[in-house]
Design a protein around this ligand. Structure first.
Ligand code: NAD
Length: 422
């Protein structure tokens, strides 16, 4: 996740999660008892996942499932299959999920899981066996009322279907509410795929309204034209903003008059990259962040904006579609410049919000149409933005601290009201 040193070096992500927590807890003047209760994960399970490989030998992988906090509801958070997965990373991501669910006030706590593996070197059959064995290992602590996984890096709807099937087979009947991000046929929600980008769009609309910055004609730069970034770009384009530059892992394109986003999406679908798009000129990705624009959307990786490049960023608004795209140093530099930053736990919460809608539909055996999903999502994003803004104005803090304060306050309130067991 984020680095603490301000450049791209990796340091302990859990330490950073704790640092953010303490800053907000200080503002809330939380006493030591409550801090200690909600700071650390409630439960962290480490498992060994032995998998029969295609060549017949058994390979053991390490897996984790962490439930950071369940004061407000079942744990919720993705499962990551990646070679860099560590227990500390999973703990940090679970902590962020607690605050993300609380900031948009959905009745979930925070969880996260992962298996240390490189799915690029595994066959489909090996990934299925790995998923089913990992699910079996974490089975005692997951369930629709306990802990509900979802896709994350290198996991997808098919993997969610295998998790659901494994869980359901042990119970003897179909239990779709055990995971979200499922294929639509198996109870996935309409609108889930676009939810994060759509939520980013609504957060930007709210910020523009607050700043009296018209969306129409606003110049937008998107770093990371993937799922979240391209959907946000498309919606902004439909609202007559000018998306002047976008990038992906292979390069960047720029057109000062505004890129034709539907054509660019088709180009990316066909060629796998935004590079060589006929409607724009190629620029070096490092130049993209320096472009003069109204709105910058970092939608790729963590630590994209760091102490080294933050002084060159000229955007008025930064909408953090990615998780942790700004290092603490970049955050400080940009705040100094009065850049309005919509923090990740608020800005990209559209994804978990529609995951919650999926779970609600599963639990009630209902299917909502797309309009209902999108209308409810817009309500959640706009209400949450205004609640964070109110705190930001009251504390004269950053939006990031305000979002943390709102989230932590909600978790503290739930914890206090529940009282101390035993
Ligand atoms: P994605 O894989 O669809 O898109 C990521 C994009 O970033 C790709 O186009 C990739 O080419 C590009 N990219 C990678 N390295 C880059 C680089 N160095 N410079 C520029 N572009 C680069 O992923 P996504 O689902 O859109 O997720 C993007 C970010 O949003 C991640 O940080 C993720 O954690 C966060 N997020 C996503 C969701 C969701 O529901 N999709 C929810 C919450 C947060």
């Amino acid at each position: 996740m984020n680095s603490q040193n301000g450049q791209n070096g990796k340091s302990n992500p859990y330490a950073l999660a704790m640092q953010n927590f303490e800053a907000a807890a200080d503002l809330l003047e939380l006493n030591a008892d409550i801090r200690n209760m909600i700071r650390a994960p409630e439960r962290a399970l480490s498992v060994t996942v032995p998998v029969r490989m295609d060549d017949g030998h058994i390979q053991c992988f390490e897996g984790y499932r962490v439930q950071h906090n369940t004061a407000r509801g079942p744990a919720k958070g993705g499962i990551r299959f990646h070679p860099n997965v560590t227990l500390d990373e999973v703990k940090a991501l679970a902590t962020w999920m607690t605050w993300k669910c609380a900031v948009v006030d959905i009745p979930f706590g925070g969880g996260k899981g992962g298996v240390t593996c490189n799915p690029k070197f595994l066959s489909m059959a090996e990934i299925e066996r790995l998923t089913r064995r990992y699910t079996t290992a974490i089975l005692p602590i997951i369930g629709p009322g306990q802990d509900i996984p979802a896709p994350d890096v290198y996991t997808n709807p098919q993997i969610m279907a295998w998790i659901m099937d494994t869980y359901s087979m042990t119970r003897g009947y179909l239990i779709p509410g055990v995971v979200t991000g499922k294929p639509i046929t198996l109870g996935g929600s309409l609108g889930r795929n676009e939810a994060t980008g759509r939520g980013v769009f609504h957060a930007i609309e709210s910020a523009c309204q607050h700043l009296r910055l018209p969306v129409k004609g606003a110049r937008v730069v998107v770093d990371g034209f993937g799922n979240a970034g391209s959907v946000a770009a498309h919606l902004l384009d439909s609202a007559q903003a000018d998306v002047i530059a976008v990038s992906d892992s292979r390069g960047a394109v720029y057109n000062p008059e505004g890129l034709h986003i539907p054509k660019l999406m088709l180009h990316k679908e066909k060629t796998g990259t935004v590079c060589n798009f006929p409607g724009g000129e190629c620029i070096a990705p490092v130049e993209l962040l320096k472009l003069e624009c109204d709105i910058l959307i970092p939608a790729a990786l963590e630590n994209t904006v760091h102490g080294g490049n933050a002084p060159h960023v000229r955007a008025k608004v930064i909408a953090e579609a990615a998780n942790g795209p700004l290092t603490p140093e970049a955050d400080a530099v940009l705040r100094e410049k009065n850049t309005f930053i919509i923090p990740d736990i608020l800005c990209n919460a559209g994804g978990v919000t529609v995951s919650y809608f999926e779970w609600v539909q599963n639990e009630q055996h209902l299917r909502w149409d797309l309009n209902e999903v999108n209308t409810r999502l817009e309500d959640v994003m706009k209400r949450s933005f205004n609640e964070v803004l109110e705190i930001q104005l009251a504390f004269k803090s950053s939006m990031r601290t305000a979002a943390n304060v709102l989230a932590i306050r909600r978790v503290v309130e739930a914890t206090r009201l529940r009282g101390h067991y035993p």
